[in-house]
Write a protein that binds this ligand. Structure first.
Ligand code: KIV
Length: 278
């Protein structure tokens, strides 16, 4: 079923107001062409720090920099008319305290044109979230599995199974009370996602957190099947672009090696022919 989408640009209060009403569709994007496609169908486009792993081949998000987020943020901005644009604050750009977070979030907003930032952490980030929102910076929070803390967790494990469900619930409540307009729940069990969604006043956006959440987000390259080997349980692949690209590149290589490409229709003559395009 296709749903008619609003045409005005969405704001953080618009997203917050969806709580318990319409489901919120979110997707990451890192480039202008994919931002344009996402903008046609999604409510929120996140320039996630997953860009480091997805586009730059980094082993984790820990070495993603503010400059990388700004470069990809600018590219995404050019592709958006309607969706709310959120940019991730990379590791070490906000953890020292509210002033550092404000300085870097303001730079992200000024240089990319995003309307909100996302940062990872629960109770420990509440003071920073309160400061940012009080000073004009809307915040999407992120609790549960927070990939920037992968070394503390000891891997990308499901959260909420080892007696830590109450702590994660407290984290979600703390960021909501601090003024976040929404909260990403990453890789938490369905019962915990259900509890958090029922308890907090802001929309929960799930990734690996079940349909109990108010909205969903996926990494665009995952759902498009850009990676052949990588198949996390929580990702539904809506396409297999990685295999298609592989087959296309193999066909191109064979055509070049066998002299089938370029063919007559790809070649310029001294005088233009009827129907020639650039
Ligand atoms: O960096 C990212 O893409 C994210 C989403 C997976 C929520 O944080």
């Amino acid at each position: 079923m296709s749903v008619a989408v609003e045409t005005k640009a969405l704001t953080p209060p618009d997203i917050a107001a969806r709580k318990g009403r319409d489901r919120i569709v979110c997707l990451t994007a890192y480039t202008t062409p994919l931002a344009r496609l996402a903008d046609r169908h999604c409510d929120v486009v996140l320039v996630g720090d997953s860009v480091g792993m997805v586009l730059h081949g980094l082993p984790s998000t820990l070495s993603v920099t503010l400059d990388m987020m700004i470069m990809h943020g600018k590219a995404v901005r050019r592709g958006l008319d309607r969706a709310l644009m959120v940019v991730d604050m990379p590791f070490a750009s906000y953890e020292e305290g509210p002033e550092q977070a404000f300085r870097n979030a303001a730079r992200l907003m000024a240089q990319t044109g995003c309307a909100a930032v996302k940062l990872e952490g629960g109770e420990s980030m509440a003071e920073t979230i309160r400061f940012l929102t009080a000073h004009g910076i809307p915040v999407m929070a992120h609790v549960g599995l927070t990939p920037q803390s992968v070394n503390v967790f000891g891997g990308y494990k499901v959260q909420g199974r080892d007696g830590d469900a109450d702590r994660i619930l407290r984290d979600a409540v703390a960021v909501a009370e601090a003024g976040a307009f929404s909260v990403v729940l990453e890789k938490v069990t369905e019962p915990l996602a259900r509890r958090i969604t029922a308890e907090v006043t802001i929309p929960t956006i799930g990734i690996g957190a079940s349909a109990a959440c108010d909205g969903q987000i996926l990494v665009v390259d995952d759902m498009l099947g850009m990676f052949t080997g990588f198949r996390p349980k929580f990702v539904k692949r809506y396409a297999e672009l990685g295999s298609e690209a592989d087959a296309a590149i193999a066909a191109y290589a064979a055509d070049v090696r066998d002299g089938r490409f370029p063919a007559t229709e790809h070649v310029f003559d001294d005088a233009p022919k009827a129907g020639d395009v650039a």
